[in-house]
Design a protein around this ligand. Structure first.
Ligand code: NAD
Ligand code: MG
Length: 296
C-alpha cells in the first residue's frame, strides 16, 4: 500500500520492482503477474467529483482501466466494465472491489475485434446504467516484434482494430446518448510521439488515437462534449509481460525514466478522473502525459 496524497519523494512513492523474466499468453492477467500491479485499492480517496455519472470503461478488468473504474466508482460514478471473456477472473476481482463503493457496476465482456460487439457496448451500458456520460477508450493490444520486416499482417490488423477501429465504433454509437457535459477520454501513449523499436504497429495506433482525439474534439466540443486523452509512459500492467516487451526490457521496465521506476495504474487514474469531471470544463482536445519525467 502506498499513500497517494501526502507530500513525498515520487522516486520512492512506488517500488522499483525486481521484475523476474515472465511470459503470459495474451491478454495477460493481473492475477498471474509478479509483482502485482497497484490499482489504488488501498489508497485512492474519492471526493464526489463524478457523483451520479455513468461511465463505460474498456479494458476495465486490469491495469490502467481497472484503476480508472475503481477511482470513478469512489468518485460516485456507476461503471460499465468491458473486457475479454478470457479475463473473467481479473474482472470478478475488480468488480468485487468496485462494488464496495455502493455504486452500480455492470460487466460487459466482449471482443472488440468484433464490430457488432464493439458497437453494442454503448447501448448495453446505457441500458444497464440508465444513461451514459463518460466513455473511456482504454482497451489496447501491444505485441513486441523485434524485426519490422517480420511483423505479421494479422497482428497489424488486430492491433489497429482493437486500439483504433473499436474506439471509432464505440464513439459513434455513444453519440446517441452523450449530452452536453459528457466526456470522452482516450488512451494514447508516449509511443505516439517517441516510438520504440519493436512496437511500430502499436506506436502507429497510438499516433492515430492522438489525431483522433484532437480531431473529434473539434467536432464535439461545440456541442458541449469534451474529448481528451491520457498518454502514459511505462506502467506496470499485464500488457507488458504478455508479449508487450522483450524479456530484456521487461526486467528493467520503467527504470529508464527520470524517476527511475515504472508507473503504477493507481498513478494514472487521477488523470482520467480530472478529464471526466467538471473540473476540466475548459479542457478539450488535449493530452495529459504521465511518463515519470520522460518527454514526449
Ligand atoms: P491491460 O492489459 O491491463 O489492459 C488492456 C486491456 O485491453 C485488457 O485488460 C483487455 O481487457 C483489453 N483488450 C485487449 N484486447 C481486447 C479485445 N480484443 N477485446 C476487448 N478488450 C481487449 O494493460 P494496460 O497497460 O492497463 O493498458 C490499458 C491502455 O493503456 C492500453 O490502451 C495501452 O495501450 C495503454 N498504455 C499502457 C502503457 C503501459 O505501459 N502499460 C503505456 C501507454 C499506454
Ligand atoms: Mg486485462
Amino acid at each position: 500500500m502506498t499513500n497517494q496524497y501526502d507530500m513525498q519523494d515520487p522516486r520512492s512513492q512506488y517500488p522499483t520492482p525486481d521484475i523476474p523474466e515472465q511470459t503470459q499468453p495474451e491478454p495477460g492477467l493481473d492475477k498471474d503477474m509478479t509483482p502485482k500491479a497497484d490499482h489504488g485499492a488501498d489508497s485512492y480517496t474519492g471526493h464526489g467529483r463524478l457523483k451520479g455519472r455513468k461511465a463505460l470503461v474498456t479494458g476495465a478488468d486490469s491495469g490502467i482501466g481497472r484503476a480508472v473504474a475503481l477511482a470513478f466508482a469512489r468518485e460516485g460514478a456507476d461503471v460499465a466494465m468491458s473486457y475479454l471473456p478470457a479475463e473473467q477472473a481479473d474482472a470478478d476481482e475488480a468488480k468485487a472491489e468496485i462494488e464496495q463503493e455502493g455504486v452500480h457496476v455492470v460487466m460487459l465482456p466482449a471482443d472488440l475485434t468484433n464490430e457488432a460487439a464493439a458497437r453494442g457496448l454503448p447501448h448495453e451500458a446505457n441500458k444497464a446504467l440508465g444513461g451514459l456520460d463518460i466513455i473511456v477508450n482504454n482497451a489496447g493490444k501491444q505485441i513486441f516484434t523485434d524485426d519490422f520486416a517480420k511483423l505479421p499482417s494479422d497482428q497489424l490488423t488486430k492491433t489497429f482494430t482493437v486500439n483504433v477501429f473499436a474506439m471509432f465504433w464505440i464513439c459513434q454509437e455513444a453519440l446517441q446518448y452523450l449530452k452536453p457535459g459528457s466526456a470522452i477520454i482516450n488512451t494514447t501513449s508516449i509511443q505516439a510521439t517517441m516510438p520504440s523499436p519493436g512496437l511500430l504497429d502499436y506506436a502507429s495506433t497510438k499516433g492515430a488515437i492522438l489525431a483522433f482525439t484532437r480531431g473529434l474534439a473539434q467536432e464535439l466540443t461545440p456541442k458541449g462534449i469534451r474529448v481528451n486523452a491520457v498518454a502514459p509512459g511505462p506502467v506496470w500492467t499485464p500488457l507488458q509481460p504478455s508479449h508487450g516487451q522483450s524479456q530484456e526490457k521487461l526486467t528493467s521496465f520503467g527504470q529508464e525514466t527520470p524517476l527511475g521506476r515504472p508507473g503504477q495504474p493507481a498513478e494514472m487514474a487521477p488523470l482520467y478522473v480530472f478529464l471526466a469531471s467538471q473540473e476540466s470544463s475548459y479542457v478539450s482536445g488535449e493530452t495529459i502525459g504521465a511518463a515519470g519525467g520522460r518527454l514526449r
